[in-house]
Write a protein that binds this ligand. Sequence first.
Ligand code: SF4
Ligand code: SF4
Length: 437
Amino acid sequence: MAAGFFGGVHPAYSKEMASGSPIRKMPVPESLVVQLHQNLGAPPEPVIKRGDEVKRGQLIAKAAGFVSANVHSPVSGKVKSIGMYPSPVGSEGEAAAIIPDQQQEWAEGAGDQSDLSDIKKKDIPELIKEAGIVGMGGAAFPTHVKLMPPENKNIDILIINGAECEPFLTADHRLMLENGSEILEGARLFARAIEAEDIVVAIENNKPDAIEKMRELARGTDIRVEGMDVIYPQGAEKQLIFSLTGRKVPAGGLPMDVGALVQNVGTCYAAFQAASRNIPLIERVVTVTGSGVREPGNVLVPIGTRFGDVIDFCGGMREETVKLISGGPMMGVAQYSLEASVTKGTSGILLLGMDEVEQFENRACIRCGRCLEACPMRLNPSALSIFAERIEYDRTEEYNVMDCIECGCCAYVCPSRRPMVHHFRKAKAEIRKKARG
Ligand code: SF4
Ligand code: SF4
């Protein structure tokens, strides 16, 4: 399958460090810090207070509005406090610190089995909303919103995103190998919700075992599995839709504008868990990798587990580690503390040594123009980064910074390694803040 889209880059993928490691389940840690705002959109409102006893899967923060997502306790235990704690998105966020108990009891109804074929189309968005499911590829956009398009939007294709184009990350790869049939069940649920006729699982060709596994599981069904060219950011929604269908999502538009819905494989798995066992989104697979960790691998982690505890579970950090990142090297966020905790959007914990960091580090612009050639959204990252540095956010808006998908291709090809994604995120946040008044 040709990549098709403009721009893109070929970074060193470095996936072999973790791709052969089966998913290991991490035991419940001694304490957790569950961030309450883990979704794109409005922050949910806490429904617990200090001193409360909570059960596993119990609601602890309720979605506040349509674009918001419930949060549930990943453990049973006692709420030690609610306050500001380090968040992997780069600052502090309101969070519940919970001390787990020995019993690890489920909340009432959690774990109850259901037959997926009994679930009616109209009930699916509410079920997904109740379970607090968000996009697990990193964006953390509330999934139920995507399942409720306006009546004038007809979605005919559901794309299951198993591209996993970020270097180093292998969580989706392992999930497809180990839980492929559950992913397909979740995908069918999404297809039923939006009445999509076509279901395609898209996987980059650097994961031939996952392609083979998913094809074997999909054989005899109406689900197709497509191998995709290996080019970053093949897994970005707009680029993936174009590569598969030739349809171009307009500037400022959404996949539904071209009749498409994209869901990550982890999101499909979460939907299966919610629909078949009434288990909300309380744990996720995280790739812990890079030359700075002793035992790289893929770990099923209770949400709220501190990065330091996850790293200890993977044998600990090597002394030569110079950089810690939440996510991958292209789109991830640098961390300055091991105290940040895993959220629904944490796809990886990356510990890089000096050699790895040099590929991704930054200096000053020499106006070479390479970033313009690499940008898959045809933006002018050089100009945007200069405006953003000068805090001229109106100019960044004029130059369409809101269309930036934060893929990091510009920073990757930049010989000066300018911190462009950081600037663009800041500019977008300021523009959104201004629009809200
Ligand atoms: S400007 Fe945005 S969309 Fe374009 S390459 Fe840079 S990060 Fe990607
Ligand atoms: S690639 Fe880097 S140095 Fe070259 S024009 Fe873009 S920002 Fe400037």
